[in-house]
Write a protein that binds this ligand. Sequence first.
Ligand SMILES: [Zn+2]
Length: 103
Amino acid sequence: MSEEKDKVVRIERVEVLPPEPTDADGALIEPWFHSRREYVEIRRRQTVAEQQKFAIFFEAYGCLRCQGKERPHAGNALCQRCRPWFVRKLEEGMEERSKGGER
Ligand SMILES: [Zn+2]
């Protein structure tokens, strides 16, 4: 057990993926992200820098909304508190528009 504890692990690359979208928020965050299948295909074609752009932005400037860095990045350059806020506001806006008969 102590041998395992003393092992040195070298991390060559860390890939930052957004949270797995549910059916609901996968559609809500359009056009930032497409369906999971389209998203995977787009990511496969991107450079590493392109794949990490939101995480890099978050690391440099903090959360896009609150500018904080104390909470972890949750995706779309938003922290774990602000991304749910953003998704909720999108849902509310879509619901209001649907009540008005607009699509
Ligand atoms: Zn935030």
